[in-house]
Design a binder for this molecule. Structure first.
Ligand code: AMP
Ligand code: DBH
Length: 603
């Protein structure tokens, strides 16, 4: 596919970030030289797996196509995964290599490579395990692995071969691996490019993590390259960065998760940038609340909103660009393909008529029939349908509205969390007897996570019950990605149970939602003194306030924009009413941030 696009528009820009710009010809040549280098210098073979962990930089796309050309299957880690999670992916995929960058946005990825190299010196069949680290500060970050050979390795395999392993949010333990084939995936990409109106004049802004299935394929990076469009890698999700990137690069389309739309709508940056180039705003990954959808024209008057309801397992639904506004704001779209089969079933697995709520099952040309390695067979019916776990209503025209889910999974700002994974780690704490993680509705995140913990009897007797702070720190130490760390931890004596004696997560959700209703106006917020602000920040970062120095650069602190937005809410309630997101996000150091909050409080 890339070779065809490069032949059609060799000199057009394929992808750029704030350091490098690659034309289609550059991308094709560059990726082939990396492919040959991976074979010559690292001994990689067709059929091997390679875990890739990249932030949104152009090298990600070069490495991706290098692996495709070499017939090596990328395993798509997220940039937010910890070293331990990376190691787990490498083990479970029996990977032969790990490819990453040196450092980005305060994360030391080289340390992941070093830890992995130590833990996994060789592959399952005894070859040395390869780690490749792109050095982003250099003019050519991939120079060390490039061969001089720009010919295709000829190893990319048959169209029906598995091309890569994508990750599923999953409901049990670690993420399941999804093997997608070249032909099934490219079919969905080509059709998506058409449905989303991409052509060679399009400029696609990558705001979400580049390796996420939405960003990759709906129509995403691959759709843009198929269409001969230009890709702009945007390094951050805050309103100022994204809206100014839209203005600067004349971006015509971006895909985002619902919390970003809400944040941008509320940002004082809204209205300050010329966003007239934007044609399509795609929103998906989690349910977009209808009232928020209705406000999209306030921010982007000329934009067509497109809802996207997809899954890495396959099926993707889109509202169409020419659908009327009422349909666009109230449904999550209809499938890509006339050959996508949709079944909405009741608890017995019997099919329900349109208009009735039930569980969604699907089978079709680009939906998997089983996970890679054969895990979770219960997710598939005997006749090959994938049980999505989503509760939907289908209307007479085949449009789906997502109304809930019956899988035990939490969708926090579009990032999927398997409660059992977090519970499993909590249970390894010696002072924890039992743990239960639930998702609670949240205006900003869609859902936030609450952990209920029963302390072990011995710990309780000895008065050594770990606090919320200690438990969150423990989870982080144990190597859970930041997005999986509970937003709240409640220590309790027992869990509510159902009639048959199972933990009633339903009651816990109700309880946790009730807890959330008491805050701001009743409990006076901490005054805006420096110590309290520092403690707030330390709390979000899950570190001891004593270990947090005000001189740390905000960019290096590891705080993300959603965490900053939550702090902003808290500080506004505590008296800094005039404070805006951009002011805090643009503070160079933590001391500057604190000074800005206090100044806003003084006004
Ligand atoms: P995964 O299987 O990890 O790729 O996650 C896919 C899941 O994300 C779907 O099964 C839904 O639960 C959820 N999802 C994706 N897009 C939407 C959307 N537009 N509205 C509601 N839920 C969504
Ligand atoms: O959430 C997802 O997994 C998702 C959302 C929108 C997806 O995989 C996709 C589009 O392709």
């Amino acid at each position: 596919m890339l070779a065809e696009s490069a032949a059609a528009h060799p000199d057009s820009v394929a992808v750029l970030d704030d350091r490098r710009t690659l034309s289609y010809a550059d991308l094709l040549d560059g990726s082939r030289r990396v492919a040959n280098g991976l074979i010559e210098k690292h001994g990689l073979r067709a059929g091997d797996r390679a875990v890739v962990q990249f932030p949104n930089v152009v090298e990600y796309v070069e490495v991706l196509f290098a692996l495709f050309d070499a017939g090596v299957l990328p395993v798509f880690a997220l940039a937010s995964h910890s070293a331990i999670e990376i190691e787990d992916l490498a083990t479970r995929s029996d990977a032969a290599a790990f490819l990453t960058v040196d450092a980005f946005g305060g994360t030391d990825y080289r340390a992941h490579a070093e830890q992995l190299a130590g833990a996994r010196p060789s592959t399952g069949d005894g070859r040395p395990f390869a780690t490749v680290v792109a050095e982003l500060g250099r003019p050519d970050p991939l120079a060390a692995i490039r061969s001089s050979n720009t010919a295709s390795t000829g190893r990319s395999g048959a169209p029906s071969d598995i091309a890569f392993l994508q990750l599923s949010g999953g409901t049990t333990g670690a993420p399941k691996m999804i093997g997608r084939t070249h032909d099934d995936y490219l079919y969905s990409v080509r059709e998506s490019a058409v449905i989303c109106g991409l052509d060679e004049s399009s400029v696609f802004g990558v705001v979400l993590p580049a390796s996420h299935n939405f960003t990759m394929s709906s129509p995403g990076i691959l759709g843009a390259l198929y269409a001969g469009a230009r890709i702009v890698m945007v390094g951050s999700t805050d309103a100022r960065t994204v809206l100014s990137a839209i203005a600067e690069h004349a971006i015509t389309g971006v895909s985002v998760v619902p919390p970003l739309v809400t944040a941008w709508l509320d940002s004082p940056e809204a209205g300050r940038h010329d966003v007239s180039s934007l044609r399509v705003l795609q929103v998906g990954g989690a349910k977009l609340a209808e009232p928020v959808a209705r406000r999209v024209p306030d921010l982007f008057p000329r934009v067509t909103l497109q809802q996207v309801f997809g899954m890495a397992e396959g099926l993707v639904n889109y509202t169409r660009l020419d659908d009327d506004f009422e349909r666009i704001v109230s449904t999550q779209g209809r499938p890509i393909s006339p050959d996508d089969e949709i079944r909405v079933v009741d608890a017995n697995g019997d099919e329900l008529p349109p208009g009735q709520e039930g569980s969604l099952q699907t089978r079709g040309p680009y939906t998997i029939r089983g996970y890679w390695g054969g895990g979770a067979p219960e997710s598939f019916t005997a006749d090959g349908f994938y049980c999505t776990g989503d509760r939907v209503v289908r209307d007479a025209q085949g449009y789906l509205t997502v109304v809930g889910r019956d899988k035990d999974q939490i969708n926090r700002a579009g990032e999927k969390i398997a409660p059992s994974e977090v519970e499993g780690v909590l249970l390894t704490h010696p002072a924890v007897r039992d743990a239960s993680l639930v998702g609670v509705p949240d205006d900003r995140l869609g859902e936030r996570t609450v952990a209920y913990v029963i302390p072990a009897t011995a710990a309780a007797d000895a008065g050594e019950v770990p606090g919320e702070f200690a438990l969150r720190g423990f989870l982080r130490e144990a190597g859970l990605a930041r997005f999986k760390i509970p937003d709240d931890v409640f220590i309790v004596d027992e869990f509510p149970t159902t009639a048959v004696g199972k933990i009633s997560k339903k009651d816990q959700r109700v309880d946790a939602a009730g807890e959330a209703e008491t805050p701001a106006d009743e409990a006076p917020a901490d005054p805006l003194v420096a110590d309290h602000l520092l403690a707030d920040i330390a709390d979000k970062l899950m570190i001891d306030p004593a270990a947090l120095s005000g001189g740390i650069m905000l960019a290096d602190s590891g705080i993300d924009s959603l965490q900053l937005m939550a702090l902003l809410d808290k500080w506004r309630t505590a008296g800094a009413a005039g404070l805006d997101f951009e002011t805090i996000a643009q503070s160079p150091t933590i001391d500057d941030l604190i000074a800005a909050v206090r100044q806003a409080g003084a006004r």
